[in-house]
Design a protein around this ligand. Structure first.
Ligand code: ACO
Length: 337
């Protein structure tokens, strides 16, 4: 069984930035409220022509170019997203066509903000068969929020990131992983309308229902801190490591207060918990890979570093993943701040 290695990372955020002050002109909110409750100062937002597939393509192409690999070499394209291009077919099929990755099998995976880390475990299984995988996490959440709901509209941003995974012993090696779900909590964070349970009829639309996010923020906060910390402890224990041996925590960028609370739970100095939530807000499935791409392009990650990634999101689902840096990994982050 071959070891999976992350050989290159590509990332893309749309060029358009929406600041908190700009949001305050459309909604009853303020820069001060958003910053103190979440740490968010701005978010990148897709333009009218930008979609989940176009963002995914931009990130995937960057990863392939950084790895100096042809799209023809890709065996599988996995797109993790909760904001698909269409109901059908999979967003990954559009990405395959745009890339010209004619040999690839393409499929989507929906796991909320933890989905990318959950999918990394699946991708490792495919790479173990000797295959090359593009694992992409993408969200266009600004097209999935209710812009009249100030409690959710301020939290999210758009972006995409891609890992190019091949068999190998160099690059970044995913090691111990843990993930779990609790579907009993599905009603706390969801998009209740537009699916088969509540198809969007003209009557429902007239009542103000759309395919937008519903969230009970306080409950999400509590569960997120508990499960991210618990998952992190589990992988550290399995690896026989202490938190002092972790060079960086690379968490899902939900909000700064969640990150601070997780750091406290794990007794890890906040300075070792990477955060760029101020710039990009919560980008769901894209957030962990955008964070890694940012760190690599800033030169923050060095060979021999042990990274601990943790995430939590709708489902509820949560995950933790240890990543061992064996050698430098090329990364590109398009439209980075
Ligand atoms: N601007 C101004 N006031 C607001 C805003 C806003 N954008 N949003 C809510 N408020 C008001 C509410 O209406 C409420 O007013 P009231 O007291 O008059 O009723 C007041 O602020 C407090 O509302 P709460 O929802 O209780 O505020 P809280 O302090 O819990 O902060 C927040 C809300 C930031 C959403 C917080 O609960 C949180 O961070 N939750 C985690 C949610 C999260 O990160 N979700 C992302 C998806 S899941 C994930 O990625 C982990």
């Amino acid at each position: 069984m071959a070891t999976a290695s992350i050989k290159a990372i590509g990332a893309y955020v749309p060029p358009t930035v929406i600041t908190n002050d700009e949001l305050s002109q459309r909604l009853d909110t303020s820069d001060e409220w958003i910053r103190t409750r979440t740490g968010i100062r701005q978010r990148h937002a897709a333009g009218p022509e930008e979609t989940t597939a176009t963002l995914s393509y931009a990130a995937a192409r960057s990863a392939l170019e950084e790895a100096d690999l042809s799209p023809q070499a890709v065996d599988w394209i996995l797109v993790c997203t909760d904001t698909a291009e269409m109901w059908s077919p999979a967003t990954a099929c559009f990405v395959q066509a745009m890339l010209g990755a004619e040999r690839a099998s393409a499929i989507d995976l929906t796991g909320g903000c933890a989905g990318f880390l959950q999918a990394l475990t699946l991708a490792q299984g495919i790479v173990a068969q000797g295959k090359t995988v593009l694992l992409i996490g993408t969200e266009v959440l600004t097209k999935a929020v209710d812009w009249s709901d100030r409690s959710t509209a301020v939290l999210f941003g758009d972006g995409s990131g891609a890992f190019l995974l091949t068999p190998g012993e160099d690059g970044i090696i995913p090691r111990q992983a843990f993930s779990q779900s609790d579907g009993r909590q599905a009603d706390i964070l969801n998009k209740p309308y537009g699916g088969t349970r509540n198809p969007l009829t003209p009557e429902l639309v007239a009542e103000g229902h759309h395919h937008t996010i519903h969230m009970e923020g306080r409950k999400v906060f509590r569960h997120a801190v508990h499960h991210m910390s618990d998952a992190a402890r589990r992988v550290l224990q399995e690896a026989g490591m202490t938190s002092e041996q972790v060079a960086w925590v690379v968490p899902h960028q939900a909000n700064q207060r969640i990150l601070d609370a997780v750091a406290k739970e794990l007794a890890i100095p906040p300075a070792k918990v990477f955060s760029h939530v101020a710039h990009y807000a919560n980008t769901g499935s894209a957030s962990v890979v955008l964070a890694l791409a940012d760190m690599l392009t800033q030169g923050l990650i060095r060979p021999q570093d042990q990274l601990l990634s943790v995430a939590f999101g709708s489902g509820f689902s949560w995950a933790a993943q240890l990543l061992e840096v064996r050698s430098p990994v090329p990364a590109r982050f398009v439209n980075k701040d």
